[in-house]
Design a protein around this ligand. Structure first.
Ligand code: NCD
Length: 330
């Protein structure tokens, strides 16, 4: 469909304490100081939401939500974030079906059009690198990556790190278990980047051989100093994890239904029994959701399961914070 060429690829700009006007494409743009700034704002945002306080922070601003792939939480929480702050959204779901994209309009032209209409573009796309391309095309407004293929999902990492921070009061010296589709899970890829910024974190990555991290990603991550230990059997799950992070097998990245089903058969599912056997009493269980044959609903009642509790709510607070910061309203 399109290629991200060096012509269209703008250098990724580090945030360096100043979010205003910046594209947010990769978690590589963040430093620990940037995360601290965002968390401070997210705490204020949480108060606004919990107290249902009317806010004018984004008043007069329009944010385009351009989602080329299905989404519930990311779309819903971005829309909620803009509206909680008094801004407005222009929502285009499935542009291939409902917009001029269906007539053959190029991706670049579509981005330019929505750039003309709004103050920021939140983009989800199935092609890795799409957000970076859009950021290169849009000259006058920030583009926020809401998930590009199996590459990255930086705003999910903001809420994942916020959730971890709320529970443990730190983001270093943590041991985590990341389970599922390590090859394709963009949330996992960005989370590893995020946790690599802090000292002494250890990540066990539990996946079948066919879904382990690509060797390229593995080298990239290990070069950052984070300890990654790949395992493929549940018996190898350590008992001292602070958190578990479960992901589904990303069906849409498989060529055939059979290939997906084969991979699915090899996956370890989080069940009450698995938690009894390997989780600690303070281990929290996270999942970016949707869970599709990845976490047994019987686990939901366990207080340690935070995915339907704090984790989804934190998506609204952190996205409110990010929007307010990149749109220069704080
Ligand atoms: C994730 C995604 O889209 O990558 N969902 C989300 O944004 N919360 C995870 C997934 O689809 O499995």
């Amino acid at each position: 469909m399109f290629q991200v060429t060096s012509h269209t690829q703008r250098e990724l700009e580090m945030i360096r304490g100043n979010f205003k006007g910046k594209d947010i494409v990769s978690f590589d743009q963040f430093s620990t100081e940037d995360i601290d700034i965002l968390f401070d704002v997210a705490r204020q945002m949480k108060r606004i939401v919990i107290n249902n306080e009317p806010s004018h922070i984004l008043e007069g601003l329009l944010v385009s939500l351009l989602f080329y792939e299905p989404s519930s939480r990311t779309f819903g929480s971005f829309a909620a974030a803009v509206k909680r702050l008094g801004g407005q959204t222009l929502e285009i779901l499935n542009p291939e079906m409902v917009s001029s994209v269906s007539k053959g309009e190029t991706f670049e032209d579509t981005i330019r059009v929505f750039e003309a209409y709004s103050n920021a573009i939140v983009l989800r796309h199935k092609i890795p690198g799409a957000a970076r391309l859009a950021a290169g095309v849009a000259e006058f407004l920030p583009v926020i990556n809401a998930g590009d293929g199996n590459n990255e999902h930086p705003t999910q990492t903001l809420l994942d790190l916020y959730t971890l921070y709320e529970h443990f009061g730190r983001l270093d010296n943590l041991t985590g278990l990341l389970a599922g589709d390590a090859l394709n899970s963009r949330t996992m890829h960005s989370l590893i980047r995020g946790l690599s910024l802090y000292k002494n974190n250890t990540l066990y990555v539990l996946s079948p051989q066919s879904l382990r991290l690509s060797r390229e990603d593995m080298v990239t991550f290990q070069n950052r100093g984070i300890r990654i230990i790949e395992i493929s059997r549940e018996q190898d799950i350590p008992r001292d994890c602070h958190f578990w992070y479960w992901t589904r097998v990303q069906r849409e990245r498989f060529r055939t239904q059979e290939a997906w089903q084969d991979a699915q058969k090899e996956i370890v599912i989080a069940t009450p029994n698995l938690l009894d056997m390997y989780a600690g009493k303070d281990t929290i269980l996270m999942d970016p959701l949707p869970r599709v044959e990845s976490v047994d609903p019987a686990v939901d009642a366990d207080e340690r399961a935070v995915y339907l509790r704090s984790q989804i709510r934190n998506g609204v607070y952190t996205r409110m914070a990010l929007l307010a910061l990149v749109l220069g309203r704080l």
